[in-house]
Design a protein around this ligand. Structure first.
Ligand code: UDP
Length: 351
């Protein structure tokens, strides 16, 4: 049945005061920081996570919080998605499978997991009329021209190249989100996340910074793929989490799709040198040809730089912790003696 497209604005504010928030993927790297940010603002937080890529220990800092609840289940299951949407005021959908190495090793799982969980959650949230923030990825831009603006056409690449499959699954999630919003009239925001780094990120599935930090503290060579001149903008995960909650609370989100990330562009080889310096490490740089790591047709975007105009308009600030500071924080956490260092090292080396 076709429904008329409502006149009401379909985006922000998703929520006007701290209430009940559902965070899918809340035991994951970014999700767990969103949970901390929400609890700090007074929300009661229900985490639903199947712990396939997330870890219970990511929530250690808030495990005893009286307003936190954890359900171990997959939101790709429509019954689970419906049940968890029944008693919440806002959804933060972060459940997903990321990492270029995982995409190389398990492409079907990566594409299906992202598509299925997103569709199930969107359908359930629309049916329960719960405003939703869906996280997408800067991968959708592929090798488009920088800076990446939200309204730009996407260039995910050929179906014969693996990387585009993840990009298209995330892009399809966006189209579904916007279609659900148009049909149900439930406010929805899509946040396209750029490279996000910080405590609790695993280095197992790509993710260059935790890999470099782990290599440096172990005295191993830092594996720079290709020439290392490719650039990324690395945002601190705490800034990203705060930006997502601010976006959900913002009354003036200019459009439904919003880039979230940093604009400090850093070449991968520069990042490796930064880690070397911060760790005062004797680890050499080892240039690894890209085709030794990834199959033919796997494109590594040469630059990835967001336009953050919409984000700035919506929340009045953009993530800006300098990458040098993030590197210093991660190196010192990985070097810390006792349980703090052990936790940081364990996080960097497992999913
Ligand atoms: N990279 C690298 N060495 C590594 C892992 C990654 O040089 O051990 C490069 C990778 O080729 C890419 C950049 O670092 O150009 C960022 O990779 P990551 O997997 O963190 O994120 P991406 O931006 O590729 O999604």
């Amino acid at each position: 049945m076709t429904r008329p497209v409502p006149d009401a604005p379909l985006r922000g504010p998703l929520v006007t005061r701290p209430g009940r928030a559902l965070v899918t993927g809340g035991a994951g790297f970014i999700g767990s920081h969103v949970v901390e940010a929400l609890l700090a603002r007074g929300y009661a937080v229900h985490v639903v996570d199947d712990l396939s890529t997330g870890r219970r220990s990511n929530l250690d800092s808030v495990a005893a919080h009286p307003l936190l609840r954890l359900t171990v289940a997959s939101v790709a299951d429509a019954d689970v998605a419906r049940a968890v949407c029944a008693d919440t005021d806002v959804v933060f959908h972060l459940a997903g499978v990321v990492g270029v190495q995982r995409l190389r090793d398990e492409p079907l799982f990566v594409m299906q997991a992202n598509l299925q969980s997103t569709e199930a959650m969107l359908a359930a949230a629309a049916a329960a009329r719960v405003p939703t923030l869906v996280t997408s990825s800067s991968e959708v831009y592929g090798d488009a021209r920088v800076p990446f603006c939200e309204a730009d056409p996407l260039r995910p690449g050929s179906t014969e190249g693996l990387r585009g499959g993840y990009a298209c699954a995330k892009a399809m999630g966006e189209w579904l989100a916007l279609a659900h919003a148009a049909q149900s009239g439930v406010p929805t925001i899509v946040a396209r996340l750029f490279n996000t780094v910080g405590p609790r990120q695993s280095g197992d599935h790509g993710m260059v910074l935790p890999r470099f930090v782990r290599q440096a503290v172990r005295g191993e060579a830092l594996t720079v793929y290709g020439g290392g001149r490719q650039t990324r903008c690395f945002a601190h995960v705490r800034d990203v989490a705060r930006a997502l909650v601010d976006l959900a609370e913002s009354p003036c989100v200019p459009a439904a799709v919003v880039n979230v990330g940093s604009r400090q562009e850093t070449a991968v080889v520069e990042l490796a040198r930064m880690v070397q310096r911060a760790a005062a490490s004797g680890s050499p740089l080892q240039h690894v040809p890209f085709d030794a790591v990834f199959p033919a047709g796997f494109v590594d975007p040469p630059r990835r730089l967001p336009s953050l105009e919409r984000l700035h308009q919506a929340i009045g600030w953009v993530p800006s912790t300098p990458v040098q500071e993030i590197v210093a924080e991660l190196v010192s956490a990985a070097r810390a003696p006792g349980p703090v260092g052990a936790a940081a090292r364990a996080a960097a080396s497992s999913s």
